[in-house]
Ligand binder design. Structure first.
Ligand SMILES: Cc1cc2nc3c(=O)[nH]c(=O)nc-3n(C[C@H](O)[C@H](O)[C@H](O)COP(=O)(O)OP(=O)(O)OC[C@H]3O[C@@H](n4cnc5c(N)ncnc54)[C@H](O)[C@@H]3O)c2cc1C
Ligand code: SF4
Ligand code: SF4
Length: 342
């Protein structure tokens, strides 16, 4: 029998992830070659590519899922220190999603020269989020707040890594994006990633939404203007909150959950375990973040922000960490069921 030639990387990405509709628009496969495009919040592969060992499928967080087993370090992964924190600056308190810790730490890393650019996500054409490259505090502030749609920001990270420049880079991204960035750093054929990705700030994430479907759902609810702010308040609220053109709207959570990326169902990571610092909401404390320092550089940046009085910091409450751990376990269990089913 004549053996089959090995399938090209792009073919594997298409058959395992893109065609089954499992792509979560992280962007890790984008910006590496001309064969993959990002259109209206979705990845498209218009041209064939014969490369057997392309990085696209090797970096994809969906093509190779992290294990849903509880890590040896515990349900939140490796944590050096856990805090409740918020930014002190009034401009951040008004613009940020919760406590503004992400934007504060990103702006500080730029100001101190720890990184020369930060890869963030900001609203783009028709509200579809897109990756942006920030060099100043003002640019960081322009990206503050959460957009509940996939923006493919790792395309900008790949683009920055392809340029003939030496400055270190920071990434702010969802757990799947932090995982893909960690894979870039250890990939044998991606030396610039190991050299230049210096900081990864991860956001807690339960699910994300495809921008086009979100837009259609908003239209069904007569929300046609730009979304100024949106949020999933914690259970038992059961709603998705949207502020648009000065009006406040509530959408039933089940309608929003019905349009989430199918690929999010098999994702076991709530708290961005591959990041240097992970940040999410702080249960029961409006305007505050839960912050997990995971690496030495991550902990040092948090300490610097505290010493410079840019953030207010307290040890995380035991009860808050217990609830977060339970939520992380629940996400792992749902992912395990999905991975076994698939
Ligand atoms: C899709 C999504 C799901 C989330 N789910 C949860 C959850 O289940 N539980 C929880 O506690 N927190 C969740 N968060 C995180 C939370 O909303 C905040 O991002 C986090 O607490 C940081 O708050 P902050 O005030 O410090 O952020 P800010 O200082 O306002 O900074 C927010 C940062 O988020 C980045 N960002 C915005 N939209 C996106 C996007 N679509 N993709 C990647 N990066 C983005 C921006 O670049 C910005 O740097 C989610 C966020 C997103 C985008
Ligand atoms: S999940 Fe990310 S890496 Fe995988 S196909 Fe989608 S955009 Fe590309
Ligand atoms: S649930 Fe997982 S795969 Fe989906 S957007 Fe969040 S981190 Fe990415």
């Amino acid at each position: 029998m004549v053996p089959h030639p090995p399938a090209a990387s792009l073919d594997r990405l298409i058959t395992q992830v893109i065609e089954p509709g499992l792509c979560v628009a992280c962007g890790a496969c984008l910006g590496l070659c001309p064969h993959l495009l990002f259109l209206d919040g979705r990845v498209a592969a218009p041209d064939p590519c014969g490369l057997e060992q392309g990085r696209c499928v090797e970096l994809c967080p969906v093509a190779a899922r992290p294990s849903p087993a509880v890590p040896a370090a515990g349900p939140l992964g490796k944590v050096k220190a856990a805090y409740a924190a918020r930014a002190k600056s009034p401009d951040l308190q008004t613009k940020a999603q919760y406590g503004g810790v992400v934007s504060t730490l990103t702006a500080l890393a730029l100001a101190e020269g720890l990184v020369g650019e930060a890869i963030l996500t900001a609203p783009g054409h028709r509200g579809i989020p897109q990756g942006v490259r920030a060099k100043t505090r003002d640019q960081v502030l322009a990206s503050a707040g959460s957009i509940y749609a996939g923006g493919g920001a790792l395309r900008e990270l790949n683009q920055a890594l392809s340029e003939d420049a030496g400055h270190p880079l920071a990434l702010v991204g969802l757990p799947c994006q932090a995982l893909a960035a960690a894979r870039m750093k250890t990939h044998e054929r991606y030396p610039s990633a190991a050299e230049r990705i210096a900081l990864s700030i991860g956001l807690f994430c339960t699910m994300n939404l495809p921008g086009r479907e979100l837009r259609a759902l908003l239209h069904q609810h007569d929300i046609r203007g730009p979304v100024e702010r949106s949020d999933f308040p914690p259970p038992p609220a059961g709603i998705f909150q949207v502020w648009s053109e000065g009006q406040y709207h509530e959408l039933p959570l089940e309608e929003v959950r019905a349009i989430r990326y199918p690929g999010c169902a098999g994702c076991p990571d709530l708290t961005a375990e591959a990041a240097d610092i992970s940040v999410g909401a702080c249960e029961g404390r409006e305007g505050w973040n839960t912050v997990l320092a995971r690496s030495g550089p991550g902990e040092a940046l948090i300490n610097l922000a505290t010493n410079l009085e840019l953030i207010e910091l307290e040890p995380a409450a035991e009860s808050s960490l217990e609830h977060l751990s339970a939520a992380a376990d629940a996400k792992r269990q749902r992912a395990e069921q999905e991975q076994n089913r698939a």
